[in-house]
Design a protein around this ligand. Structure first.
Ligand code: PNS
Length: 167
């Protein structure tokens, strides 16, 4: 199957999804006709996640529905990113780029992905200013110590974080 130039994947661990991720997903939905959010489901990678892949997918499905983003679907994946793009029939991988710290990591990933399959193109969206320093790990840390996370993640995610991590 030839890749569809109107289709893109937006991959990530999303542990959990933040408003920064949702901003990138929404903007990708304006650039492409169909967006597939790929949720990494590899327990051995980077250690255990706080939320299961099923929970992480549900949070994104719930939030995109609430935001009225219609051309987005969510699916877990457990193989190489370029293979997932290929299996999805997508021509492009869309990723968000926050402050400079993301660049080095993404530059490396780009080279690796390109080496695996030069036909899959990566597209980077600069994060919106409000979300330049927002990360899932930062939100998890705030939630652990009772910080206010209501402006950082959707209400359902905030509730789940407080239940799982709150002291
Ligand atoms: O920073 P994240 O959200 O954990 O990133 C996940 C992902 C898949 C986007 C990133 O690890 C990546 O670009 N990986 C490319 C290399 C690959 O295919 N790894 C195996 C699948 S995780």
């Amino acid at each position: 199957m030839a890749p569809d130039p109107r289709k893109a994947i937006v991959p990530g661990s999303y542990d959990p999804v933040t408003y920064g991720h949702l901003d990138v997903i929404e903007r990708a939905g304006r650039l492409f006709d169909e967006v597939i959010v790929g949720v990494v489901n590899l327990p051995v990678r980077k250690g255990k996640t706080l939320f299961t892949a099923e929970e992480r997918c549900e949070f994104i499905e719930d939030a995109t529905r609430e935001l009225g983003i219609e051309n987005v679907s969510v699916t877990p994946f457990a193989n190489l990113l370029v293979q997932f793009a290929h299996d999805s029939g997508a021509l492009a991988i869309v990723k968000g780029l926050r402050a400079i710290s993301d660049f080095e990591y993404e530059f490396e990933m780009n080279q690796l992905n390109r080496m695996q399959d030069p036909n899959v193109e990566s597209v980077y969206l600069m994060s919106s200013p409000n979300y330049s320093f927002l990360s899932s790990s930062g939100v998890r840390e705030l939630a652990t110590f009772g910080g206010n996370i209501d402006d950082l993640v959707p209400p359902r995610v905030a509730r789940a974080l407080k239940e799982r991590l709150g002291r």
